[in-house]
Design a protein around this ligand. Structure first.
Ligand SMILES: [Zn+2]
Ligand SMILES: [Zn+2]
Length: 124
């Protein structure tokens, strides 16, 4: 796998390749596995100038462009399943039998043997 062309920090003692710039180089541009004499060498100042002048079309794409558009932040939260209410129960206070609606327990109470007994004993 050949290495990519890149900016490499260098300690080579040489002069900047920029016209009329005689500063000592700090940076090389080229492939690290390529012959050093084929690299381009620039001083710190010139390299900053080069980077500052990178044209729009050469600027790297943002790694996560969707972060700028924001859909990741606006993703609809998944609908949460409504928790079914536990069935209500209406226990008969006389015999303890449970019913699922007030109507049912109402009609039960009328015929509840335990209630009749309680009433006969004068407990209600
Ligand atoms: Zn320079
Ligand atoms: Zn009952």
């Amino acid at each position: 796998m050949p290495e990519k062309c890149q900016i490499i920090k260098t300690n080579v003692f040489a002069s900047c390749e920029t016209y009329n710039c005689l500063k000592r180089i700090s940076w090389a541009i080229g492939r690290p596995d390529g012959p050093p004499q084929l690299h381009h060498y620039y001083c710190d100042d010139c390299m900053r100038d080069i980077l500052a002048s990178v044209p729009e079309e050469l600027r790297p794409e943002p790694l996560y462009p969707e972060w700028h558009d924001g859909p990741m932040f606006h993703e609809p939260t998944p609908e949460t399943e409504p928790i079914p209410e536990p069935p209500k129960s209406y226990p008969c206070k006389y015999c303890g039998e449970e019913f699922d609606s007030p109507t049912k327990i109402g009609s039960h109470t009328r015929y509840c043997e335990a209630r009749k007994e309680a009433m006969a004993n004068g407990e209600t």
